[in-house]
Design a protein around this ligand. Structure first.
Ligand SMILES: Cc1cc2nc3c(=O)[nH]c(=O)nc-3n(C[C@H](O)[C@H](O)[C@H](O)COP(=O)(O)O)c2cc1C
Length: 173
C-alpha cells in the first residue's frame, strides 16, 4: 500500500468514542475540508449544522435504528443541501456526498473517528432531522457525520475487487 495514500485506506466507520470533546479548531478544519470538495459548476450547494449539545445529540438517536452511537459522541455535523442552488437540481446529492467524504477523510488526519449516517432519501429520517435541527423546507439533510476521539481500532480497509473492474468496455462483445 502506498504510504502517502494510507490515510485514505485507514478511514473506517468509527462508532465508539472517548469522552474527550472535539476542539473548536478541529471542527473548523473538518468544515474547511468539507467545503473544499468539488461541486457541479462550483455551486457549493451545502450547509452544515454543528451539534455539540448533549441533549440535542441524544435526541438525534431517534432518527433511525442505526444511530445509537450518537449517545456517546461529542460531535455531529449534519451535511445538508440546497437543491435549488445546485447546477442541476439532482447534483446536490453528489456535491454534498463529496463534502461528507472530505470531512470523513479529514477526521482521520486529525486523529478523530467518524461515521456517516445516511438520512436522505429516507422520508421519515429527513423529516425527523429537519424538525430536530430546525432546517427550513428548501434545505434537505443528506446525512450526519458523527465524530469523536476513537475508542475502537479498526484495520485499514482492503476491499479491492478485480471483478468490479472492467477493461475498456463493461462487457466484452
Ligand atoms: C450513505 C451511507 C449511509 C450510511 N449509514 C450508516 C448508518 O446509518 N449507521 C451506521 O452505523 N453506518 C452507516 N454507514 C457506514 C457504513 O455502514 C460503512 O461505511 C460500511 O459498512 C463500510 O465500513 P467502513 O466505513 O468501516 O469502511 C453509512 C455509509 C454510507 C456511505
Amino acid at each position: 500500500m502506498d504510504e502517502k495514500l494510507n490515510w485514505i485506506f485507514s478511514r473506517r466507520s468509527i462508532r465508539k468514542y472517548t469522552d474527550q470533546p472535539v476542539e473548536k479548531d478541529k471542527v473548523r478544519t473538518l468544515l474547511e475540508a468539507a467545503m473544499a470538495a468539488p461541486s457541479a459548476g462550483n455551486r457549493q450547494p451545502w450547509h452544515f449544522v454543528v451539534i455539540t449539545d448533549r441533549k440535542a445529540l441524544d435526541a438525534l438517536v431517534d432518527v433511525h435504528q442505526w444511530a445509537g452511537m450518537l449517545t456517546e459522541a461529542p460531535l455531529c455535523i449534519a451535511v445538508c443541501g440546497e437543491p435549488a442552488s445546485s447546477k442541476a437540481e439532482a447534483f446536490w446529492v453528489q456535491d454534498c456526498s463529496a463534502a461528507m467524504q472530505n470531512l470523513l477523510l479529514a477526521a482521520v488526519c486529525l486523529d478523530l473517528g467518524a461515521v456517516w449516517l445516511g438520512i436522505y432519501p429516507a422520508e421519515e429520517p429527513v423529516q425527523t432531522v429537519r424538525e430536530l435541527l430546525n432546517i427550513p423546507s428548501n434545505i434537505t439533510p443528506l446525512g450526519l457525520a458523527v465524530v469523536g476521539y476513537p475508542a475502537e481500532d479498526k484495520p485499514a480497509n482492503t476491499r479491492f475487487d478485480q471483478s468490479k473492474v472492467h477493461d475498456e468496455q463493461f462487457e466484452s462483445s
